[in-house]
Write a protein that binds this ligand. Structure first.
Ligand SMILES: Cc1ncc(COP(=O)(O)O)c(C=O)c1O
Length: 442
């Protein structure tokens, strides 16, 4: 298998059934200190799974694709920090670059007196855009990049309306929250403060739906012009649904016809995760704005909003219309991002594509008789079970066997997003572990 695999990955080793005593002790402290929303969510999920224990594990360290909890259990990390740890944990080229940068200059002065490493990353990111003159705005999170993108399309079109998708997730700060189709409960208490001009349409699951939805979007845009269509090339948190072939290109055409822009939210799919540096470009869509985050900093917080010369030109309006923040384009994260992009370009995206296809194949073979659906692109893979209760229970049973996975959709989809460097043999131990968990549950 081409690309850089972690040399240190090992299979799971669970010595204290999770959550072990130390995880329980720290978990209780967390529950008393953190915003209560998180504990409430843990309790609600436990209740759905019919379990009375709301504690999770508490992590202590990581190396490659292994995570260790405070009870010294060793897990295989199939979540990678929600997709951010593309090079795994512990030593990596990105961490070496950040460490070297830490000794030289950790913090610049944003857009006032920027750093040389920020200039290098700007050049690198602008060159990703397939037309000359692209410009870049930095942030620290995916939500930051989406906020910058939404401001950009608003300035460029003079309109505020958006078309977004049911099940979509773009982050929870106010601009992208308005376009969050994943859970009404995320938006409802804040609805009065959110953009009201957002129309949601279904995310297509097959070619026939794709054609109908493109037509519907065309009709909506003819009825009332919008600033942009906001799309994930793979509906990620909504349940790992890859866009049907041709959908993204057709979406670009229908938007352009009515003067709407297209924002590609590549926060999860980009930087190699889905087997491409930028998924939508590989799918024949040239978005007006591309958002990258998560894996961009290989675990350091950095995100980028990359826009065409034309749309980003809308910021050049004189006076003080700016979008910036203290840590935007901070040297430490920029150094890590340059090294992460080197790794992605140097074979990691290709490796993710090949290894992901192999994983999907192995999962389908192992789960053949269990009537579950396996889908994905690159190392962004979902296994849809029958219900949220089944998903939450499987997630816990997998943890007990030493596999860390997260959930998507309403909880019915197991989401598998390991570091892109994960050892092939260690990853391929997962399908049989999942099959065993699902058979036990029947
Ligand atoms: C597609 C997509 N966009 C945006 C975000 C928000 O990113 P962040 O959590 O870094 O704000 C996420 C997070 O999961 C995401 O999956």
């Amino acid at each position: 298998m081409a690309g850089t695999a972690s040399a240190t990955d090992e299979p799971p080793l669970v010595i204290a059934p999770p959550p072990g005593p130390r995880s329980r002790e720290v978990g209780a402290r967390l529950a008393a200190l953190e915003c209560p929303a998180f504990e409430e969510r843990r309790k609600a999920r436990s209740a759905v799974a019919g379990a009375d224990d709301a504690h999770g594990i508490v992590l202590a360290r990581g190396r490659g694709s292994n995570l260790f909890d405070v009870d010294d259990n060793r897990y295989v990390d199939l979540a990678a920090g929600f997709g951010a740890a593309i090079l795994g944990h512990g030593p990596s080229a990105a961490h070496d670059a950040a460490r070297a940068q830490l000794d030289v200059l950790a913090q610049g002065l944003g857009d006032l007196y920027a750093s040389d490493v920020k200039a290098r990353l700007l050049e690198r990111l602008a060159a990703i855009y397939p037309a000359p003159g692209a410009r870049v705005l930095f942030g620290q999170s995916g939500a930051d990049a989406l906020t910058a993108a939404i401001k950009t399309v608003t300035l460029a079109t003079g309109r505020s309306g958006l078309i977004a998708f049911d099940g979509a997730y773009h982050g929870l700060s106010y601009a992208p929250l308005a376009a969050c189709g994943l859970k009404e409960s995320f938006r409802a208490p804040f609805a009065e403060q959110l953009n009201r001009d957002v129309t949601f349409v279904p995310y297509p699951r097959d070619a026939a739906q794709a054609a109908a939805i493109v037509e519907r979007i065309g009709a909506l845009l003819d009825e009332a012009p919008k600033a942009a269509v906001l799309v994930e090339p793979v509906l990620g948190r909504g349940g790992v649904v890859p866009a049907p072939a041709g959908f993204l290109a057709a979406l670009g055409e229908v938007a352009r016809r009515s003067g709407a822009l297209v924002i590609a939210d590549e926060i999860w799919t980009g930087c190699g995760r889905s087997g491409a540096l930028v998924r939508s470009l590989d799918e024949g869509l040239v978005p007006d704005v591309i958002c990258l985050g998560k894996g961009l900093g290989a675990s350091l917080p950095i995100s980028a909003c990359i826009g065409s010369a034309e749309v980003m030109g809308a910021w050049a309006r004189g006076g003080e219309v700016v979008h910036t923040s203290t840590h935007a384009g901070a040297p430490l994260a920029c150094a890590a991002a340059l090294a992460a992009l080197d790794a992605v370009d140097g074979g990691l995206a290709r490796r993710a594509a090949a290894l992901g296809a192999q994983l999907v194949h192995a999962l389908k073979a192992a789960l053949g008789g269990l009537a579950v659906e396996v889908r994905g692109l690159g190392l962004l893979v979902g296994v849809e079970l029958h219900s949220p209760a089944a998903g939450i229970s499987a997630c816990r049973a997998l943890l007990a066997r030493g596999y860390v996975v997260t959930l998507g959709g309403r909880g019915e989809v197991l989401v598998i997003t390991p570091p892109l460097t994960i050892d092939e043999g260690v990853l391929m131990g997962f399908p049989s572990a999942l099959a065993a968990v699902l058979v036990e549950a029947t």
